[in-house]
Design a binder for this molecule. Structure first.
Ligand SMILES: NC(=O)c1ccc[n+]([C@@H]2O[C@H](COP(=O)([O-])OP(=O)(O)OC[C@H]3O[C@@H](n4cnc5c(N)ncnc54)[C@H](O)[C@@H]3O)[C@@H](O)[C@H]2O)c1
Length: 511
């Protein structure tokens, strides 16, 4: 069972944050101290005063061990619950431990205002707390997942915890979790969601690199997965491949209760999701994205589909998955070019609403390679926040098109010589320059954007030889552009984008 344990000194908000976190993740919440009180019929103070700390700690160990078979939960622990090595081992082998910390002054303020009785802090609160923090300092700082809470609204601290553990629950279009974890967890997570009879859809590259681990994990836990392999790349994102998938599903005897597991990049995800959405009027599917782009973008939001010769993604459906499991470890086999390409979408997410993420991108590709997990968790969070607010793209979801209006056109005119992300990088800069020309942004924004993209080795200019009229024609053809005016998502500052209707497309491409 993969619980989420919240731990840390008194006053860090373990229970308050825990309750909201559990609500956001649609998980049960357990407060271990309250559980011990219920089990014994005595308050913590009575237990400590009457029987001493050792007896209380024994009760704590017993209560913790009883959680082994409990359904996945968010669990707030007492401030010293993991001092015992056996307790710590239990918690770390049954889930993730997040250590909450805060400045002493904030803790004192909170504890002074709190009605809860804390036997280890009776007397001079400042003195007792300072001494407790000193004694446990080394212990607390030995937890690698730690969050420094602050006086900001609780929602922000909960958000920090979610990003740190890489776990989100989406409910605006379908109900599903997006989880950053090892791919070996696929079987447990599928069982917990009641998923049945899986068929893995993957492409020829990913099959060689990563399918075995997924198959093994599923087999070990009793599934008998089937596998279908399709050719790699955008060139096969068409009706013929979809039709091939439908036939394979039939041949493998998939019924309405079966599950498609999409193991691959955005192409595999879009095709498998679409095939799942239409096979027998819709069956379950799970996304196991294997490219950076698909982890932070394509696998989230329930859009599935395929291309027509006339344009990208012209046929599709909304069909949310039952689970998205993103393992950043899978990205280590990507070519550098594909990794860079994915980073363009990460930069985009930073520009749209996360200046800190944008700053991290500016550290360059080597830093990114060493910190892929952090990048994936933060960038996923940006997309999820937006699609939860606007799942069917009536408004704010269009901000995700930043860089894509020019980008898609440039990608198309290059006949896909440019990777999607490279084209998006070029598109973002062109659109940012336009934003400066119409007075929405300053030159500093363009400079910052170019700096960041260059640090990642991404292009920032439309290739000189590319005919501008072809790009304009391609922009008009893009499926999202009806009528005469085209709606652009223009960057206004790092962290903010505005939607603007543009009539004169030539003016967008001026240098
Ligand atoms: N549904 C959506 O909301 C959405 C959003 C954005 C993009 N998309 C779509 O996503 C597609 C682009 O996705 P992509 O960039 O992931 O392309 P992709 O799926 O074509 O993958 C790129 C290449 O990387 C290989 N690959 C995948 N994982 C690998 C790994 N771990 N190691 C080594 N090689 C690996 C693939 O075989 C392929 O050759 C486009 O079709 C785009 O339209 C969809």
């Amino acid at each position: 069972m993969t619980h989420i344990f919240l731990y840390g000194p008194p006053g860090t908000g373990k229970s308050t944050i825990g309750k909201l976190l559990a609500r956001n993740l649609k998980l049960p919440f357990i407060d271990l101290d309250r559980l011990i009180e219920t089990n014994t019929g005595m308050s913590i103070t009575e237990l400590m005063d009457g029987s001493g700390e050792n007896v209380f700690r024994d009760l704590e160990t017993a209560a913790l061990n009883n959680l082994a078979n409990e359904k996945e939960s968010v669990i707030a622990l007492g401030g010293g619950a993991l001092l015992r090595e056996e307790n710590r081992t239990f918690a770390e082998s049954h889930g993730k431990v997040v250590l909450l910390m805060a400045d002493v002054e904030l803790l004192i303020r909170r504890l002074t205002n709190s009605p809860a009785k804390r036997p280890l802090l009776t007397g001079d609160l400042r003195e007792k707390l300072t001494s407790l923090l000193e004694t446990r300092g080394e212990h607390y700082s030995s937890f690698s997942l730690n969050i420094h809470g602050d006086g900001n609204p609780i929602e922000q601290n909960v958000y920090k915890v979610q990003v740190a553990i890489g776990r989100y629950h989406l409910s605006a279009m379908g109900e599903y979790d997006a989880i950053v974890d090892r791919v070996g967890q696929i079987a447990n997570l599928s069982h917990e969601r009641g998923l049945q009879n899986p068929i893995i859809v993957t492409d020829e590259n990913v099959e060689k690199l990563h399918s075995e681990r997924v198959i093994d994990a599923l087999r070990t836990s009793g599934y008998e997965p089937k596998v279908v392999t399709i050719p790699a790349g955008e060139g096969c994102k068409n009706l013929e491949t979809v039709s091939g998938l439908w036939k394979s599903f039939l041949e493998h005897g998939l019924d309405r209760k079966s599950t498609v597991i999409a193991l691959g990049g955005g192409v595999v995800g879009d095709l498998s999701g679409f095939a799942a959405s239409t096979y027998m009027r819709g069956i379950d599917w799970v996304g196991v994205p294997t490219t950076l782009l698909s982890m932070v973008d394509a696998s989230l939001g329930g859009k599935t589909g395929f291309d027509l010769p006339e344009g990208k993604n012209l046929i599709g459906s909304f069909h949310p998955p039952k689970l998205v499991l993103a393992d950043p470890g899978l990205l280590l086999t990507l070519t550098e070019r594909d990794l860079r390409s994915g980073m363009a979408e990460v930069v985009k997410h930073g520009v749209i609403s996360d200046p800190e993420l944008f700053a991290l991108c500016g550290r360059g590709l080597d830093w990114v390679k060493d910190n892929l997990e952090e990048i994936v968790k933060r960038a996923m969070a940006v997309k999820i926040k937006i699609i939860e607010e606007d799942p069917y793209e009536k408004g704010i979801r269009s901000t995700l098109n930043l860089g894509h209006t020019v980008g898609h056109a440039v990608e198309l005119v290059s006949r896909f010589d440019l990777r999607h992300g490279e084209a998006v990088a070029i598109g973002m800069v062109a659109e940012a320059r336009y934003a400066v020309r119409v007075g929405l942004a300053t030159h500093r924004l363009v400079e910052a954007l170019e700096e960041s993209l260059r640090a990642l080795g991404l292009p920032v200019h439309i290739p000189k030889e590319m005919p501008r009229e072809d790009i304009i024609r391609a922009m008009r053809m893009d499926k999202k552009k009806s009528a005469k005016a085209i709606r652009f998502a223009l960057p206004v500052e790092i962290g903010r984008v505005e939607l603007v209707e543009v009539l004169d497309l030539e003016s967008v491409l001026e240098e």
